[in-house]
Design a protein around this ligand. Structure first.
Ligand code: SF4
Length: 330
């Protein structure tokens, strides 16, 4: 869509681009940019109408094809704009990756989860490579102590196979998204390795809603995890999601009665209505869930394409059948 209709966009790299971008640069350096016409995952005006290329995504680079990311331009930019650091308004983080996909999602895709597009299969970095990457990251600790993992979900074997081998520098703060349940032993290993902030995907404190989501957890496990986080000094970052198809008013009555009892636990960031995003089971099997999905209206207001275009390019969709409690809200 963009390659075809937006003249200011020269090339679109669809899907993973660690391989395709390198191939593209090679074609340009060789003075033969048109050679990129035949590389799946690279789209532009010339090849974007060909169905073979229109839907293609770039080939993935193996997660164990290990290389050290080059952060130099990021460091240089921080030197030029030191104000946020000096004033404490932001803390620079170094991003890293240890896995792709989701080990839970590959066997039971959470109904609202839109992550990973077409490649939910879990691929995690071999433990010895992960240890090597952490050691390298910790080498920046004189200047940078915050490390942000981009994984959808922490590899399950790292609590025993990676974290015990790490010697984090003082003040190290590692962020990971995690999937519950996690044992106290897991949490101990994570804390000792410098994992201080997690996104646990607790998402609800009602077992019936967690079942609707296909999360594979219960409200009790979520509460137990939040309690354990207090004990181990790990900060959980979570949201309370509402509005799941099939969720009844009794869930909200339960929240109204019970949530006030949890003042000793870290509260969710906020309460958000569930979204229906492309690639999620709610999107792919909308009929099954009684959803009538249409792209949210800002797509047609933003892109000057024809009427049918938003359905192809949109990522965010809204249900035209409002749930009863949504319809009743002021
Ligand atoms: S919501 Fe989290 S646990 Fe569920 S499939 Fe997506 S990444 Fe995996």
């Amino acid at each position: 869509m963009f390659a075809q209709h937006v003249p200011t966009v020269d090339f679109v790299f669809s899907g993973p681009a660690l391989n395709t971008f390198g191939e593209f640069v090679r074609c340009v350096l060789d003075g033969e940019p048109e050679r990129a016409d035949t590389v799946p995952g690279i789209l532009y005006e010339r090849n974007c109408r060909d169905p073979c290329f229109r839907k293609a995504v770039g080939a993935e680079r193996d997660i164990d094809d290990f290389f050290l990311p080059d952060y130099d331009s990021f460091f240089e930019a921080l030197q030029v704009h030191p104000e946020p650091r000096r004033t404490g308004t932001s803390k620079p983080m170094l991003f890293f990756e240890t896995s792709r996909g989701c080990w839970w999602g590959q066997r039971s895709h959470c109904t609202f989860c839109r992550l990973n597009g077409e490649s939910m299969a879990f691929r995690s970095m071999a433990p010895d490579l992960a240890v090597r990457q952490f050691e390298w990251l910790f080498g920046f600790a004189l200047a940078y102590t915050s490390f942000f993992c981009t994984d959808n979900v922490m590899p399950r074997n790292y609590a025993r196979g990676v974290f015990p081998w790490l010697d984090p520098p003082p003040g190290a703060e590692i962020f990971y998204e995690v999937k519950l349940p996690l044992s106290r032993q897991d949490l101990r290993a994570m804390t000792d390795a410098g994992v201080t902030v997690v996104q646990p995907g607790t998402d609800a404190l009602s077992s019936s809603t967690l079942k609707l989501m296909g999360k594979g957890t219960t409200a009790f496990q979520n509460l137990q995890f939040l309690k354990n986080c207090e004990e181990f000094g790990i900060k959980p970052e979570s949201n309370l999601l509402i509005g799941f198809p099939g969720e009844g008013p009794e869930v909200y009555r339960k929240y109204a009665e019970e949530l006030r009892d949890f003042v000793h636990l870290v509260p969710p960031h906020g309460v958000y209505t569930v979204r229906f995003d492309r690639f999620s089971p709610y999107f792919k099997r909308s009929d099954e869930y009684g959803l009538v999905l249409k792209p949210v209206d800002y797509y047609s207001l933003t892109y000057p394409f024809d009427e049918s275009a938003p359905a192809d390019l949109a990522y965010f969709f809204a249900d035209q059948n409002l749930a009863p409690y949504t319809a009743r809200s002021p």
